[in-house]
Ligand binder design. Structure first.
Ligand SMILES: *Cc1c(COP(=O)(O)O)cnc(C)c1O
Length: 391
């Protein structure tokens, strides 16, 4: 097939036509179980009625007016986000990378206000923050950066889950103004840090007057069993970025700020034509209302636990399974050998999964996944892993 799309993705040979909950159907009416949710986007599943109704109603009224005027839906989403997160104010973008761009600009503004001429941000090895020039420079993956040099300056990299490396860097570099980190690394391999890692980062940021900036683009919106992953730690960061599941498939991102980051931007400092437009905000509001009026977030914990317990049992005698780790419905199954072929094999068996970092099966099923679907997921994937040829 001749495609006119730039080949930036190695796509699987399937085209989906419709979905409902955790199910997707392709052009030939073949059904698939979606254990990836469009990469942590459709947390409420496909064709969720609340989101569907909200965008239908909004599109009949108004799609866009620009940020030259007040946008009522934006105020409502911001209010809801503040309520659910404990942060204090919001900048709306259209994607995760753009939410992180806003965070990076906040850090630089914060640094300049402190008299630091060339501010630097601590970022992590194996991190992923997006594909714009600044966010790919912040990303800890040489493959993503290669060919796009010169990179944006002002990032200092340390190993993930290593608080001492952070402390050493701060003591050696007086230009550090912020730490940007994922509560759990997604693309990096579902890397779950020590339970008090975020608390330690919070303490360091308080001690040295740095911005604690969390990229919750993948971990946020209920995925880990809390609305935001930092809520497991009882702390509040200074900056938190969201996107992916915020609109359940309608593109919207947000950069949330708190305390010393809350009042850094003034008129003219940042902007976006589409950011927080009425259509996107109507979807986000439906998502946030659905989550706060249900126990879906609690269910993420229960379902994650039951999925992983079932995998543990099925795979306990497989010596190639290094470990099975998760927080809520963010799940990683690490094998001791390369396994990207499992993605195509699972597809043939009607199951959508992902493999990241070559050896780690990543599952991000929708929060609405039911017991029958959980059984199908565990049975299908366990069988594929048992049959996988390890070399
Ligand atoms: C997906 C992702 C991004 C980038 O989001 P886009 O909407 O693709 O720009 C950034 N950070 C993390 C942790 C992500 O998972």
């Amino acid at each position: 097939m001749i495609s006119h799309i730039m080949p930036t993705y190695a796509r699987l040979a399937v085209t989906f036509e419709r979905g409902e909950g955790a199910w997707l159907w392709d052009e030939n009416n073949q059904r698939y179980l979606d254990a990836l949710s469009g990469i942590a986007v459709c947390n409420l599943g496909h064709a969720h009625p609340a989101v569907h109704d909200a965008i239908c109603e909004q599109s009949a009224k108004l799609l866009h007016t620009s940020n030259l005027y007040h946008v009522a839906a934006q105020e409502k989403v911001a209010e809801k986000l503040i309520q659910m997160s404990g942060m204090t104010n919001v900048f709306f973008s259209n994607s995760g990378a753009e939410a992180n761009e806003a965070a990076i600009k906040l850090a630089r503004k914060f640094g300049h206000a402190k008299g630091i001429a060339i501010p630097a941000i601590i970022v992590m090895e194996k991190s992923f923050h997006g594909r714009t020039l600044a966010t790919l420079s912040a990303t800890g993956n040489a493959k993503i950066q290669q060919g796009f040099e010169p990179l944006v300056e002002g990032f200092v990299r340390v190993p993930y889950n290593d608080i001492d490396a952070i402390k050493t860097t701060i003591s050696e570099n007086s230009s550090i103004v912020a730490i940007l980190v994922e509560p759990i690394q997604g693309e990096g391999g579902v890397n779950i840090p020590a339970a008090d890692y975020l608390n330690q980062i919070r303490a360091v940021c308080d001690q040295f007057d740095l911005l604690m900036m969390l990229d919750e683009i993948q971990t946020g919106i209920g995925r880990t069993g809390k609305f935001l992953a930092f809520q497991h730690n009882g702390i509040v960061p200074d900056v938190c970025t969201l996107a992916k599941a915020l609109g359940n498939g309608v593109p919207i991102g947000a950069c949330l700020a708190h305390s010393k980051a809350a009042n850094l931007f003034s008129a003219g400092n940042h902007g976006s034509t589409f950011g927080g437009n009425p259509l996107a905000c109507s979807a986000a509001l439906a998502v946030l209302n659905t989550l706060s009026n249900s126990d879906l977030i609690t269910q993420a914990t229960e379902k994650g636990n039951s999925i992983c317990a079932a995998f543990q049992e099925k795979l306990q005698n497989n010596s190639h399974v290094v470990n099975i780790r998760h927080l809520g419905l963010m799940i990683g199954i690490e094998l001791d050998a390369s396994c990207p072929e499992l993605v195509g094999k699972a597809l043939n068996d009607g199951l959508l999964i992902n493999v990241t970092q070559d050896k780690i099966i990543r599952l991000l099923p929708p929060l609405i996944i039911n017991a029958t679907q959980i059984t199908q997921l565990v049975d299908t994937l366990s069988t594929l892993i048992q049959e996988h040829i390890f070399q």
